[in-house]
Design a protein around this ligand. Structure first.
Ligand code: ARG
Ligand code: ZN
Length: 851
């Protein structure tokens, strides 16, 4: 695929668009290999600038005809776009272009998936459809006419005239081109209606291919209605069109896309039935449906001025979907899951790909849809809320929508809203958006007993952020540290407080009846790494006693991580952690989902990262061996309670994917997993008796992780060979649980099977995402993991640069390891960089990782 020359774009170079658009009218004459797109675009000079350069982005469309105010024009068309000398007044631009959706394997722009036409325009796919000012600060109402014999023809906004072979759509809300969407195919709807708080009826539909998928939309529709109601109640935001359509597409680069009135979803995050989706997938569907719906206000009605501001919509919308999940599920459990997702962000921050939540330059903007922009972006909104309080947050958001509805805005506008509405945001909060890296917060304490009894407790906090690429020095940022102080009996000695560490160091004193055990960073109140000289006894105390569930979980996590680090260095497993987990497993008070999360040991990658933080080069084999040994030690310590726990957690009621049942199944699965290390029979029986995919996958995983399960895996593949999404699970499990020295070979063999399809990103991720997730396998000393990954990234890059660039992040930790491994990983990266016809997307990523 021919790509335009790659050049970095800089935030500092932003200039307003010389021309604005009043109206867009598009006609699509669909044909798989030769679709014609006719555009009529009304331009007017932007009064905010003197610049009158007229340049339209275009990446691939073949210009057939072009006119200015009805007169034929002869623009200059180069690789990256079209230029012409415009009249000095508003004018009508018309063009007819031809594109080839079937040849579009990049899945950006207009492409085909299983005989269906669909689009993905964020970030810069619209320019692959036709010539246009493809930048988010150009917003316009769109009218679209689709001409095709296919039975279902969809676009944004409200439906207009339709008849044999055509359908028209009108979207009255001005939008940037990245929110354009078109879908056409042989599709069937699952319908419902929703009446908004202001009394308008909205027709809802989830569209799938005819066949079994039709019966797998109910949960998505239910989630959509819950999300619509929630946004009205929590944010006073109601839906604003007559219809809301969701389409499930099998070939899709990301999770889903919030196109106005026509969301397009990767089928993996919309289709679900108890037999074909696990509890975790149901939860993801609920969250993603909500996320895309919430974008209708945070993203669509108020959008981003430029792509550097991506976190403006993504950070805020992730935060909103987190709030939603906390409300409809268990807040404590959701917060722990969010913290787990933030570990991926810490990894990004600790390596060559570290970048600020608002980056300052990029080559391919699609490379910046990252954990930093999304997850850390959401944490910044959460911190703002905790600094200004619930009411301040509500006022700020109200002002945000009142002031910026219909606009394309920046992070400065966002922060200004908080200052104007609340006046309490520290001036230097903006650094959270501009400085990359994870702050380290050190806690030190002092206890001065008083003669009268009790004493004075002093807590000193200090912050420091390590250098990241391009940012050697960091300034202090405001860090809210939610703090509790516990007495020896586990009671709270003072009311919980948020200590706001604004400068490099801060100090707080408390008069207390006894020396406390501090519980710091409760609820994960800031995206920082807490450093504290704590001993295992204190961590065990917090794991047993902290009233804050996040802090409790975190204490257990630390205990396990420290132990695994020691074991990777040759120490033997001690009994403190296994006994603590045993106590927790048999304590009926905490929510089963919480107990299941506590029973899961940190991943090998987490342990490697902890060792790296301590300045050591992690040995993947030693880390793997340590984790296996600790799993076995925990199994043995719990041997006598596991069958009882499993029996107590077994769900016999009809399947529901809600938090309560999923939590029980999660704890049941955790018990089964530990039990399988000692005895395979219960997991074998569970596999045979499973009545839903959650139980089936839990049993199969338990067997594979214990070195059994070959027959069950074969049975699973045969039974599910016609179900793409379930078969993805089989591909993934094979690699995930392969022995380290076999992981690369397993991935290679799977990628050569007939069911493997390079054009389907889900399948690629199933195999190669799992290879990266097999830590000791990917980082095997032979270098086979690196080589196999590089081979397949290059194959994928030739078809789908965006997907290949994304997957290349599997290399981001390569500098952590010993010189031998580094040499092999470096060679694999060099081989990628030397490949001829490498895409700018993968070049940017591999180059940043290699540097
Ligand atoms: N805006 C979408 C979401 O987070 C993600 C689309 C990203 N697409 C891309 N090609 N980078 O909901
Ligand atoms: Zn989003």
């Amino acid at each position: 695929m021919k790509q335009p020359a790659a050049q970095a774009v800089h935030l500092a170079d932003y200039a307003p668009p010389p021309w604005l658009v009043d109206e867009v009218h598009l006609v699509f004459r669909l044909s798989p290999q030769a679709t014609r797109v006719l555009s009529r675009i009304r331009f007017r000079p932007n009064p905010a600038t003197e610049d009158r350069t007229f340049r339209l982005d275009g990446d691939g469309p073949r210009l057939v005809r072009c006119a200015v105010d009805g007169a034929e024009a002869a623009p200059e068309v180069r690789e990256a776009g079209l230029t012409l000398t415009p009249p000095d007044r508003p004018f009508l631009f018309e063009a007819e272009v031809e594109i080839d959706p079937e040849a579009n394997t990049a899945l950006s722009g207009l492409y085909m998936s299983n005989g269906m036409f669909c689009t993905q325009c964020e970030a810069q796919g619209f320019r692959r459809i036709t010539f246009y000012p493809d930048r988010p600060d150009v917003m316009a109402p769109f009218t679209v006419r689709i001409e095709s014999d296919l039975p279902v023809l969809l676009s944004n906004g409200n439906p207009g005239a339709a008849g044999k072979g055509f359908a028209e759509w009108h979207d009255p809300h001005p939008k940037p081109a990245y929110l354009f969407a078109l879908v056409a195919g042989d599709l069937v709807p699952q319908r419902d209606t929703f009446v908004t708080s202001d009394g308008r009826a909205v027709d809802l539909a989830v569209w799938t291919r005819p066949g079994p998928d039709e019966g797998r939309c109910a949960f998505a529709i239910k989630s959509l209605k819950t999300a619509m109601r929630w946004d009205e109640a929590a944010y006073d935001l109601a839906y604003d069109l007559d219809v809301f359509n969701i389409v499930a597409v099998d070939d899709f680069n990301m999770g889903a896309m919030e196109n106005k009135g026509l969301n397009v979803f990767n089928s993996s995050v919309v289709l679900a039935s108890p037999a074909t989706a696990t509890d975790d997938q149901f939860a993801v569907i609920e969250a993603v449906v909500a996320h895309e719906y919430f974008h209708n206000w945070t993203g669509n009605r108020v959008t981003c001025r430029d792509w550097f501001q991506l976190c403006l919509k993504e950070g805020l919308t992730v935060f909103r979907d987190q709030q939603f999940s906390e409300d409809v599920r268990s807040a404590a459990v959701e917060r722990i899951r969010q913290a787990l997702a933030m570990r991926g962000q810490f990894r990004e921050d600790a390596g060559p790909l570290a970048h600020p939540v608002r980056p300052e330059s990029y080559v391919a903007v699609d490379n910046f849809y990252t954990a930093t922009v999304y997850e850390k972006g959401a944490e910044l909104v959460r911190m703002l809320k905790s600094i200004v309080g619930d009411e301040g947050y509500r006022d700020a958001l109200r002002l945000y929508f009142a002031r910026h509805d219909g606009q394309a805005v920046t992070i400065e506008d966002w922060l200004q809203v908080f200052r104007d509405a609340t006046g309490t945001v520290p001036e230097h909060f903006g650094r959270w958006y501009s400085q990359a890296g994870t702050p380290r917060v050190t806690a030190e304490e002092e206890w001065e007993p008083k003669e009268s009894g009790g004493g004075t407790y002093t807590l000193r906090l200090a912050q420091e952020t390590p250098p990241t690429p391009g940012q050697p020095c960091k300034a202090p940022m405001p860090i809210p540290v939610r703090t509790g102080l516990l007495g020896a009996d586990g009671s709270e000695l003072v009311e919980e407080r948020v200590l706001l560490l604004e400068e490099a160091a801060g100090e707080w004193t408390f008069d207390l009846p006894e020396r406390p055990v501090p519980s710091l960073l409760r609820g994960f109140s800031a995206p920082v790494i807490l450093r504290r000289e704590a001993d295992d006894a204190e961590r065990a105390f917090l794991l047993a006693n902290d009233p804050d569930p996040f802090a409790r979980w975190e204490a257990g996590r630390r205990l396990a991580t420290r132990l695994l680090c020691r074991m990777a260095g040759g120490a033997r497993a001690d009994d403190a952690l296994p006994q603590a987990l045993r106590a927790l497993a048999t304590d009926d008070a905490p929510d089963p989902a919480f107990r299941a999360l506590c029973l899961a040991l940190p991943s090998e990658d987490d342990v490697a990262q902890a060792l790296h933080d301590d300045g050591a080069a992690p040995d993947p084999d030693a880390v793997h061996a340590a984790r296996e040994a600790l799993r076995l030690a925990v199994s043995k310590a719990m041997e006598d309670v596991l069958p009882g726990l499993r029996g107590a957690m077994r769900v016999t009621a009809p399947y529901r994917p809600d938090a309560e049942q999923s939590g029980r199944r999660a704890l049941w699965g955790a018990a089964l997993g530990y039990e399988a290390l000692l005895d395979a029979a219960p997991a074998q029986a569970a596999y045979c008796e499973a009545t839903n995919l959650t139980e089936e996958i839990a049993a199969l995983s338990a067997l594979l992780a214990a070195g059994h399960g070959a027959a069950e895996a074969e049975d699973f593949r045969e039974r599910w060979s016609d179900e793409r999404l379930v078969l993805d699970r089989w591909f993934s499990l094979q690699v995930r649980f392969a022995a380290p020295e076999k992981a690369a070979g397993t991935a290679e063999a799977l990628a050569r099977r007939p069911e493997f399809d390079l054009r389907n990103p889900n399948r690629f991720r199933a195999v190669f995402g799992a290879l990266a997730g097999n830590h000791a396998g990917f980082h095997n000393a032979s270098g086979a993991g690196y080589d196999t990954m590089a081979d397949w990234l290059l194959k994928l890059d030739a078809l789908n640069p965006q997907a290949a660039a994304r997957m290349s992040t599997t290399f981001e930790t390569w500098r952590r390891f010993d010189p031998d491994r580094q040499a092999r990983a470096g060679a694999a990266l060099d081989r990628i960089l030397a490949a001829k016809d490498l895409s700018p997307d993968l070049r940017e990523m591999a180059g940043r990782i290699r540097d």
